[in-house]
Design a protein around this ligand. Structure first.
Ligand code: HAM
Length: 436
């Protein structure tokens, strides 16, 4: 048997209904904040990511799925969405005009990382990007939007970590200081020894325990921020405070991508182990120009859906759709049931039936497994009388405040709330109950 690729998994029902629910909530919240959806190709020219994410990052250095196409052009399966969104914005002139342009996109990303809990090679992000405005109010609004989504999803314990990475001028000064600090340190990992010369800021993102130890008393970027960047960050924090958002300043937070300027943030959740970041983002005011576009301030974030679903309550968003199962016995009853089935669906009631002429017992088992709210039983006798038996299958189908009514069947079995309904009224009645 051919199996799925390592680090790439199948998302199966009923788990997929939790995913749909998360995405539905995200879409609703995006709508409230004025965001519209953009859908993008999964493949881009390799250069797009190499130029935006940064040559010294793990993503570009080790984790991209890169291959030549049949003409020899180097293509890459997107490891993130921000660079693609910006490419599309510039290519389609979406940056034109005054004011903020707001876009969101959902979908899979690909990184060749070592698979472990909460880390996959194909994973899913909910991505938010806003362009054209440098005001700190937008930073605050984007963070409020992120927290709004996570709160509505009932994510329990979470922490917002925040830092400012300054503008390119601040970063030049900070990198020089960091370079000096690192010169005298022994024992950096191989990657960090290289980064010491190429991009000392990257060293702060190293996961090695030893490098982390060395960095304990490293300089922090906060001390190198210019007055404008200091004021911007102070204002972002002031807004968060005014909205009662609990945040933790993390002077060493740098994120795993090089394009960030000024505000950078992450949300970490309890219960995820080592891979505890459920979302991350920040400003990237210089990226448009780095890609050959105009000056275009921008900020955004991405939520890691796989990790988020890991920590959200298991029963949230589970299927509890109103459903009907038609159990028919005999050919004539089956014919009639098939028509009723389609009629129910036309009335927007989810409905299924057995298509193989199986026994009543088998059909009732199937009704139960399908999660039906009601089973409708039609045999030859019912057909003759123009009636069907409607049997509640789920406790929540009881009318509010009423207990179950018990009926004894001819077989002596006791069933709850079973009723006889005229076939001509059946679909209208069930459609009305579905709306209750
Ligand atoms: P990122 O921090 O690389 O940022 O990814 C965002 C989130 O995606 C992470 O916090 C994590 O939840 C999830 N994630 C990343 N890698 C994996 C993986 N291998 N398996 C499962 N989940 C993963 C970005 O991608 C930026 N583009 C975010 C952004 C948008 N910045 C500005 N705009």
């Amino acid at each position: 048997m051919i199996k799925a690729i390592r680090g790439m998994r199948d998302l199966l029902p009923p788990e997929t209904s939790r995913w749909q629910w998360v995405e539905q909530v995200a879409r609703e919240v995006f709508g409230l904040y004025g965001y519209r959806e953009i859908r993008l190709p999964l493949l881009e020219r390799t250069e797009l990511f190499a130029r935006s994410i940064g040559a010294d990052t793990d993503i570009v250095g080790k984790e991209m799925y890169t291959f030549p196409d049949r003409k020899g052009d180097s293509l890459t399966l997107r490891p993130e969405a921000t660079a693609s969104v910006l490419r599309a914005v510039l290519e389609n002139g979406l940056d034109k005009g005054a004011g903020v342009k707001k876009l969101y996109t959902l979908g899979p990303m690909f990184r060749y990382e070592r698979p472990q809990k909460g880390r996959y090679r194909q994973f899913y992000q909910i991505n938010c990007e806003a362009f054209g405005v440098d005001a700190p109010e937008l930073d605050a609004e984007v963070i409020l939007l992120l927290l709004d989504i996570l709160t509505r999803l009932k994510l329990g314990e979470m922490r917002l970590l925040i830092n400012s990475l300054g503008c390119p001028d601040c970063q030049v000064k900070f990198k020089a200081a960091m370079g000096l600090f690192l010169i005298s340190r022994e024992g950096l990992c191989e990657d960090c020894q290289r980064r010491r010369d190429t991009n000392p800021l990257r060293v702060l993102d190293c996961k090695s325990v030893h490098c982390k130890e060395i960095l304990k008393d490293a300089p922090v970027i906060r001390d190198y921020l210019c007055p404008d960047c200091t004021a911007h960050f102070a204002r972002v924090l002031a807004w968060l405070k005014r909205f009662g958002v609990a945040y933790e300043e993390q002077p060493k937070l740098v994120r795993g991508l090089d394009y960030y300027t000024r505000t950078a943030f992450e949300v970490v959740a309890a219960g995820l182990g080592a891979q505890d970041a459920v979302a991350g983002g920040g400003r990237y005011n210089g990226l448009s120009q780095a890609l050959g576009g105009p000056l275009l301030p921008a900020i955004g974030f991405a939520i890691g859906e796989d990790r988020l679903l890991e920590v959200l309550p298991k029963d949230l968003g589970q299927e509890n759709q109103f459903k009907v199962f038609l159990a028919a016995l005999g050919e004539a009853a089956r014919d009639r049931a098939f028509h009723l089935l389609q009629e129910l669906r036309q009335r927007r009631v989810a409905a299924e039936m057995d298509l193989e002429g199986r026994s009543l017992k088998a059909q009732m088992t199937q009704a139960d497994r399908s999660g039906a709210t009601y089973a409708v039983i039609i045999g030859d006798r019912e057909l003759e009388q123009g009636e069907a038996l409607v049997r509640p299958m789920r406790a929540f189908s009881y009318k509010k405040g009423e207990g179950p009514k018990l009926t004894e069947l001819p077989s002596g079995r006791i069933v709850e709330n079973q009723e006889r309904v005229a076939l001509k009224d059946l679909t209208a009645l069930l459609a009305a109950r579905a709306r209750e």
